[in-house]
Design a protein around this ligand. Structure first.
Ligand code: LLP
Length: 415
């Protein structure tokens, strides 16, 4: 669905004009659409209907409590990578039994808390983590359900974005080593092997890499069965891409249909960990033009959002669409959209043909994933507000960060 549409010459989020949101809550502000989030989640859940499954939203993509709560109400599970994300999910009403715990650096405290609340599964990324989890679980007298995150070494040559599924990166356990590590896990008394997990990368725009990885994991599952280790669920991670510009990523429904076809006849539950594909296009970053600066070489639109609010363009040279909220007539110029931060890398977009005037509102599109969550206080800038739109209503789900809070935890040296 299209959450953001043009109506009467201006951009709306569902039934609310973005100009009204800017008026009421100020800028910069992240604006999310509840209906879009729900539709994207349902695309996964509907395609999995009739078989055991969990759709675990990757909290790292957008961890706002309001957003998590929208998903929790639909019965979503959650993929977390830290104690902090665990607490957020619980605060948002998520069910512990539907949480999978990923990440290469789980501390003993992380493990303890996750065992206490009873998460569905730990996605274990190394032998040492396995041994540590055994110790922590034994101390608590609990059993930890585990999957191993396997690194299927899917060919990056043909699929340039799948960088996390390759042998040379820090994630997962080499698929060749996996049978031995599973044997070790099965021998540890406080662990219960339940699944196989992988996540081969993010913003994938075609199915073949996912299906290559799937074939390798199925072969591993067969090998484990021959070893007497029965795998109950297969977790294929996240990674489905979205349209930022002209990408044509597969639909979740088509992806899942292809997976279901390949696991036919097996007694396997499916787990997915989508992040971006649920929330990216459910959000925009709303920002206002502070100044227009025309130099001999370049036209700059200096806006009130900056790289601390949205770092994807600066960090990944990510292209994000920018649209005026109330488009104006008149001559366009080729603008770089830059923020107030004192760095040349502080840009949100480059070379955009726009007709602008000081005070205009702009929407940076597809900003619902890896937007606010990656923001910082660089240059002592408070973080943006977040607003969740539900039909004709807009709710502030995070207030703008007050300046005094930025240094509230700091202190002067004693006299
Ligand atoms: N599961 C695991 C274990 C992950 O590491 C990730 C993302 C996901 C699930 C969710 O993947 P998604 O469905 O969102 O592709 N900050 C970067 C993206 C980093 C993704 C990290 N891992 C960006 O802004 O593009």
């Amino acid at each position: 669905m299209q959450a953001f549409t043009n109506r009467d010459g201006q951009l709306f989020a569902e039934g609310v004009a973005l100009s009204a949101i800017a008026e009421r809550f100020g800028t910069p502000t992240y604006v999310y659409s509840r209906a879009h989030i729900e539709a994207q989640y349902r695309a996964y859940a509907d395609a999995l209907a009739g078989m055991p499954h969990l759709v675990c939203f990757a909290v790292k993509a957008n961890s706002n409590l309001g957003v998590l709560n929208v998903l929790a109400r639909l019965g979503a599970g959650f993929d977390i990578v830290s104690r902090g994300e665990l607490e957020r999910v619980l605060a948002a009403g998520g069910e512990p039994a539907k949480i999978v715990f990923s990440g290469v650096g789980k501390s003993r405290d992380d493990m303890r808390r996750a065992l206490e609340v009873g998460v569905h599964c730990f996605n274990v990324e190394s032998v040492d983590e396995l041994e540590r989890l055994q110790l922590v679980a034994a101390e608590l007298g609990k059993t930890a359900a585990i999957s191993l995150r396997v690194n299927p070494d899917v060919d990056a040559g043909t699929h340039p974005y799948i960088s996390t599924g390759l042998k040379e990166n820090k994630f997962g356990i080499d698929i060749e080593q996996a049978p031995a590590v599973y044997a070790r896990a099965a021998a540890l008394p406080n662990l219960e092997v339940v699944g196989v997990d992988c996540h081969i990368g993010s913003q994938l725009t075609s199915l073949p890499p996912f299906l290559d990885a799937l074939e390798r994991l199925l072969a591993l599952i067969d090998l484990l069965a021959a070893q007497g280790i029965r795998i109950k669920h297969l977790d294929l991670g996240g990674g489905l891409g979205v349209q930022y510009r002209d990408e044509q990523p597969p639909l979740a429904g088509d992806y899942i249909a292809a997976v279901r076809e390949r696991i036919k006849g097996r007694d396997l539950a499916l787990v997915f960990e989508p992040g971006r594909s649920i929330v990216a296009n459910a959000g925009v970053l709303l920002t206002r033009v502070e100044y227009l600066k025309h130099t001999e070489h370049k036209d700059f639109a200096i806006v009130d959002a900056a790289m601390n609010d949205l770092i994807r363009p600066a960090l990944y040279q990510a292209w994000m669409d920018v649209t005026p909220v109330q488009p104006r007539e008149g001559a366009t110029r080729n603008y770089d959209l830059v923020g107030p931060i004192c760095e040349t890398g502080d840009f949100l977009a480059k070379n955009r043909e726009l007709a602008l005037a000081e005070g205009d509102l702009l929407a940076v599109r597809s900003a619902g994933a890896y937007g606010f969550v990656m923001s910082s206080n660089y240059n002592t800038r408070g973080r943006a507000a977040e607003v969740l739109v539900d039909g004709a209503q807009a709710f502030e789900v995070r207030r703008r960060e007050p300046l005094a809070e930025l240094y509230a935890g700091e202190s002067l040296l004693p006299e």
